[in-house]
Design a protein around this ligand. Structure first.
Ligand SMILES: [Cu+2]
Length: 108
């Protein structure tokens, strides 16, 4: 019985490794007319991916158009790699009340 538990735990650990690797690319989920998380902090050089899980098209557009996605349908995603430290405010062109922020810190 103990061996079974050990094998199970080993399996859990092996499954957890790819999950940690995925965290290196932070995701912002778009759902119910909102970005989640609304505010995200990443180090310079980080790629951020937005995924639309809503049943309505949305966009991701930086206030000064430093980045802008096409219209994202349900299931579509958009990625942008932040190279310059700073604060980036973005919104949805279809629903301007939808806003989010990415804060980019200097590379360690
Ligand atoms: Cu929208």
């Amino acid at each position: 019985m103990k061996t079974v538990v050990r094998i199970f735990l080993l399996g859990v650990l092996l499954l957890a490794v790819p999950a940690f690797a995925e965290d290196a690319t932070p995701q912002v989920v778009i759902d119910k007319f909102a970005y989640a998380p609304t505010a995200l902090t990443v180090a310079a050089g980080t790629k951020v991916t937005w995924v639309n899980k809503d049943d309505t098209p949305h966009t991701v557009v930086e206030n000064n158009k430093k980045f802008r996605s096409a219209a994202l349908d349900t299931g579509d995603s958009y990625s942008y790699t932040f190279t310059e430290p700073g604060t980036y405010h973005y919104f949805c062109t279809f629903h301007p009340k939808m806003v989010g922020t990415v804060t980019v810190t200097a590379k360690n």
